[in-house]
Design a protein around this ligand. Structure first.
Ligand SMILES: Cc1cc2nc3c(=O)[nH]c(=O)nc-3n(C[C@H](O)[C@H](O)[C@H](O)COP(=O)(O)O)c2cc1C
Length: 212
C-alpha cells in the first residue's frame, strides 16, 4: 500500500469484525516491521503483551473504562516502555553494546563512555527516565499501527485505563510504564466508521518562542 494511503486510511476504529481473526504469523509480521523503529542508541526499550484469550481481554477491559473494543478485537496489546532500558544491568543494553562492537562502530574501551552517556541523558531524574522510555516506545507504537494498516489490519490506541491496576492484574514488573494499549483486528464493515477527525495544519504546528 502506498504510504500516503497507509497514513490517511489508518483510523482508530471502534468496531472489530468478530469473525476475522489475526493469525499469529501476521501479528509477528506487523511486530517485526514495527521493530525497525529508530530508538535512542538503538536501545529499543519496548515490549508487548499480546492478549488473545477472551478471559484475559475481559480482565483488561474491566480496567480500561470497560471499552468493548478491548475484548472485541482478536488481539489487544499492552505496550510496555522499559524505564530501565538504558541501565547497565538491562540485558538489551549489553546486547546493543555488543552489536555496536560487532558493527565496528565502537570498541570494548568505549564501555565506560557508553554507560556515562546513557546515564547522563536518561538517568538524571524520574522525568528523564520516563521520557526516554515513553518517547521511544511511542514511536514504536505508531510504527506498529502503520505497519498493521499497510497489511490490511486496523487498530485502536487507548490510554483510557487504570495504569497501576493493569500492572497489578497482569503482574507487570515495576520497571515498565504502559503508555497505551492497542486493539488489533479488522474493522467491522457492518458498522459506520466515524468521520475523519480534524488535524492541526503545518502553520498551526510550526512555532517560535524566541522572537519579539
Ligand atoms: C495515546 C492515545 C490514546 C488514546 N486513547 C483512547 C481511548 O482510551 N479511547 C478511545 O476511544 N480512543 C482513544 N484514542 C483514539 C483517539 O481519540 C483518536 O486517535 C483521535 O481522535 C484521532 O482519530 P483517528 O485515529 O481515527 O484519526 C487514543 C489515541 C492515542 C494516540
Amino acid at each position: 500500500m502506498d504510504f500516503s494511503k497507509v497514513v490517511t486510511q489508518r483510523r482508530a476504529v471502534n468496531f472489530f469484525d468478530p469473525n476475522k481473526d489475526v493469525p499469529d504469523t501476521l501479528l509477528r509480521q506487523v511486530i517485526n516491521m514495527a521493530a525497525l523503529t529508530p530508538s535512542s542508541f538503538n536501545l529499543q526499550p519496548w515490549q508487548l503483551i499480546a492478549l488473545r484469550d477472551e478471559k484475559d481481554k475481559l480482565r483488561l477491559q474491566k480496567l480500561a473504562m470497560n471499552q468493548p473494543k478491548v475484548s472485541e478485537a482478536p488481539v489487544t496489546l499492552i505496550v510496555l516502555a522499559d524505564r530501565s532500558g538504558y541501565k547497565d544491568e538491562n540485558p538489551f543494553v549489553e546486547r546493543a553494546f555488543h552489536e555496536m562492537i560487532k558493527a565496528g562502530s565502537v570498541t570494548e574501551s568505549s564501555r565506560a563512555w557508553f554507560s556515562k552517556a546513557r546515564g547522563s541523558l536518561y538517568g538524571k531524574s524520574m522525568e528523564s527516565e520516563m521520557a526516554f522510555a515513553c518517547k521511544n516506545t511511542g514511536f514504536f507504537a505508531m510504527a506498529l499501527m502503520l505497519a498493521a494498516k499497510s497489511l490490511g489490519l486496523d487498530t485502536h490506541p487507548m490510554d483510557g485505563f487504570d495504569h497501576d491496576g493493569v500492572k497489578k492484574e497482569f503482574n507487570i514488573p515495576d520497571r515498565y510504564w504502559i503508555p497505551l494499549l492497542i486493539a488489533v483486528g479488522y474493522f467491522d464493515e457492518s458498522k459506520d466508521l466515524a468521520a475523519p477527525k480534524w488535524r492541526k495544519t503545518a502553520d498551526e504546528i510550526l512555532v517560535r518562542f524566541d522572537e519579539l
